[in-house]
Design a protein around this ligand. Sequence first.
Ligand code: B12
Length: 231
Amino acid sequence: MSDDEIILSELPDDELVQQMHDDLYDGLKEEVQEGTNILLERGWVPYDVLTQALVEGMRIVGEDFRDGILFVPEVLLSANAMKAGMGILRPLLAETGAPKQGKMVIGTVKGDIHDIGKNLVGMMMEGAGFDVIDLGINNAVEKYLEAIEEHQPDIIGMSALLTTTMPYMKVVIDTLKEKGIRDDYIVLVGGAPLNEEFGKAVGADAYCRDAAIAVETAKELVKRKHNVNAG
Ligand code: B12
């Protein structure tokens, strides 16, 4: 059977999720949107659609990109398809009615244009009750400083997907230290090439492996900060 003949709504859940991985791989935006809607109509919670259909699909794309089977133009199409699916989930994840937790400024660091993971963290943080100010991609330290000044966030989040751009996180944190304001904020860092050790080495409060952990860590650290301030 050719792809044209596949009717997504007729597939059972597991085959539909597989098909969505294929469609994401092929950069088929409309099909990914359709699949996302079908899973939601079937009662899937948005977080499961996000992780099992979209994030898992992008993981497979990542492997073939690494292995030289896919190239930038193809991965860009996959990224666009993923974003289209995320666009449907975003309002659903945000409308949880969670009590207000605090404010976060988040951005991808200078030299780096990867934004899917950052966007996902932003979405999940919104869903958990944080106000999120998204600085977008390719942010120099000045951008973070301006946003901190303007928004007075509780949390600063930095994302980097390249081994060449992740050291820039230290530039930002060191600048905060020089200005004597480092300890006024919780700094969270993330991105595929990072790890716990790197987070510690650059002086972040925490490295978070994924968006769910980012939410848990943010809540915990904000609570702790408030307790310290109250005490
Ligand atoms: C999609 C993609 C692209 C897309 C980006 C589209 C977009 N709008 O983002 C495009 C095609 C543009 C691209 C370009 C490039 N890419 Co690219 N890309 C990827 C790919 C396949 C997936 C990344 C992704 O979106 N993952 C899905 C999300 C959900 O996961 P995530 O980003 O890791 O985010 C999660 C966590 O890390 C964490 N997190 C992320 N950020 C943050 C921030 C905070 C504050 C917290 C708490 C947590 C957190 O939570 C997120 C959600 O759970 C990765 C492969 C990989 N293994 O990561 C390569 C990858 C990152 N790219 C790579 C490369 C080399 C490039 C290019 C240099 C290629 C080139 N020759 O031009 C350019 C770089 C351009 C630039 N200057 O930035 C390499 C990096 C290698 C390295 N060691 O540095 C990778 C690893 C692929 C590979 N193995 O070769 N890429």
